[in-house]
Design a protein around this ligand. Structure first.
Ligand SMILES: [Zn+2]
Ligand SMILES: [Zn+2]
Ligand SMILES: [Zn+2]
Length: 346
């Protein structure tokens, strides 16, 4: 993620909606991938100082302040390119849900920023009613203060992907609940952004890998996805990962099934590219090593992730990137890198 510069010269961050120095209202222009200072224009619209264009705020910005993206005025659309992908949003008559929803939207916009940056196709449900992308942010039924204790497993909202629809259980936006789940599932890393990056991996597998010449190489690297999925997950939850999983997989969960291996590896690729972009934006000196772009990416990442973890420890925090990438895991990342190079249109 880059930082941006206000018309007054102040450094701006992706999530900002107001400049703390000049107090201008801000809005992100997805077409330009730029956070811009705004000036009020006629009929409640805004003029973006970055390009002089006329915009209005996404309805989720003007009404709920859970978004900071803009819509070009001439499109006549109400929602920004991120919010128009929503199919179900949380029940806002429950007070707490607005806060949870805001966190969810923030993570989703970060995901979309990277997808746009990589030039990956984002085909929504309107354009492709059967397989297009849509999001559902849902909560377990009969939720009380203590989460889901009274809810039977069948009624629980499962975070996951099915043919283009990504469902997120909104309790993943509650840090205490997410931490509880992380411990219960014995995971090293569990974040909202991580969920988005994982689930979108399933979406791109169906879009870019399944119907393509890449499928054969996918089988060689990740295995046969025809393996019974539900049974494989059940086996993973009952017995855990194989003892030598680190040799083959980026995470323990990746060992559950080739689809999960793919989605976990995909998420790691997005973690890496976004974090490296941030470091570069702040002027951290990266490896000067020449060579192929992927090699450079991996060298930079191994240096940066070690430094990142050490910085966290200096602050008494856990590792930011609690993973070790084996040679096999790197091969899988290389496959994803090549696929994105071919299919992305930056
Ligand atoms: Zn400013
Ligand atoms: Zn929006
Ligand atoms: Zn998955």
């Amino acid at each position: 993620m880059k930082t941006f510069t206000c018309a007054c010269g102040n450094r701006l961050h992706f999530e900002n909606n107001r400049c703390l120095v000049c107090e201008r209202t801000l809005g992100f222009l997805p077409g330009l991938q730029v956070l811009s200072a705004l000036e009020p224009a006629a009929e409640g619209g805004w003029r973006a100082l970055a390009d002089g264009g006329h915009y209005h705020q996404c309805v989720n910005y003007s009404r709920y302040n859970v978004c900071n993206w803009m819509v070009p005025a001439q499109t006549g659309k109400k929602f920004c390119v991120s919010c128009q992908l929503n199919r179900i949003i949380p029940n806002l008559s429950v007070r707490r849900n607005l806060t949870l929803w805001a966190r969810i939207e923030t993570a989703k916009r970060r995901l979309l920023y990277t997808l746009i940056q990589l030039g990956l196709p984002i085909v929504d449900r309107g354009a492709d009613p059967k397989r297009g992308l849509a999001f559902e942010f849902m909560e377990d039924p009969q939720q009380e203060d203590e989460f889901s204790n009274a809810v039977t497993p069948q009624q629980q909202v499962i975070t996951g992907h099915r043919t283009g629809i990504i469902t997120i259980n909104i309790m993943e936006a509650s840090s205490s609940e997410r931490e509880r789940m992380r411990e219960k599932m014995n995971e090293r890393y569990r974040t909202l952004l991580g969920h988005f990056r994982h689930e979108i991996g399933h979406y791109y597998w169906e879009r870019l890998v399944r119907p393509s010449a890449w499928l054969e190489e996918f089988h060689a690297l990740f295995g046969d996805e025809q393996r019974k999925y539900q049974a494989a997950l059940q086996r993973y939850y009952n017995a855990g990962p194989p003892p030598d999983w680190q040799k083959h997989y980026v995470s323990a969960y990746a060992s559950a099934h080739p689809w999960e291996d793919w989605a976990e590896s995909w998420a790691h690729y997005l973690h890496m590219t976004d974090t490296l972009e941030t470091a570069e934006d702040y002027g951290f000196r990266m490896s000067t090593g020449q060579g192929e772009r992927f090699e450079k990416l991996m060298t930079d990442w191994s240096e940066l992730s070690v430094a990142l973890n050490d910085l966290n420890r200096s602050m008494g925090l856990g590792d930011a990137y609690p993973f070790v990438l084996s040679g096999r895991a790197v091969e899988k990342l290389h496959f994803i890198h090549r696929l994105i190079q071919e299919r992305g249109q930056p």
